[in-house]
Design a protein. Structure first.
Length: 150
């Protein structure tokens, strides 16, 4: 079995930060499942490496928690575009496991399903639209009246 994991903020214990997706990928590898991760990186070039049996593709997408709303949004969209640009390499995978943050990763998973007929699982780890609503960045009635902001 082959599983493609989409997580823009994939980290290893050595790098620090949130590492839940690393443990998920490692557990799958330990059970004999081939795992490939597509993530983002602050590096200036695309890299591919094997980390404890996990094939990790890092897209050159700058991101920092100090980014404002627009810079974050651009990084999120750039990640989706980057995933879709290389997704053709993974058409024989059984599943796509998309992990938010951000929610836009779900767009990549839906497109992969439509184009390559790969079933996906979408894990919502953060209801990101709620944060900019509460911070006053998004004032749209559509978002503020949605169940996400209730």
């Amino acid at each position: 079995m082959k599983v493609l994991i989409l997580h823009q903020h994939f980290n290893t214990p050595e790098k620090g930060g949130a590492i839940r997706s690393y443990y998920l990928a490692k557990a799958l590898v330990d059970r004999g499942i081939q795992v490939t991760v597509i993530t983002g990186s602050n590096e200036s070039i695309y890299t591919k490496e094997i980390v404890e049996g996990i094939e990790v593709h890092s897209l050159p997408i700058a991101y920092d928690n100090r980014f404002g709303f627009m810079a974050r949004s651009r990084a999120f969209i750039k990640y989706v575009q980057g995933v879709l640009n290389i997704a053709g390499q993974f058409t024989d995978f059984n599943y796509c496991y998309a992990i938010s943050v951000p929610l836009t990763v779900g767009l990549a998973a839906m497109r992969i399903k439509a184009r390559y007929k790969i079933s996906y699982i979408f894990e919502v780890g953060d209801l990101w639209p709620d944060a900019p609503i509460q911070m006053g960045f998004v004032k749209s009635y559509f978002f503020s009246a949605s169940p996400l902001s209730a």
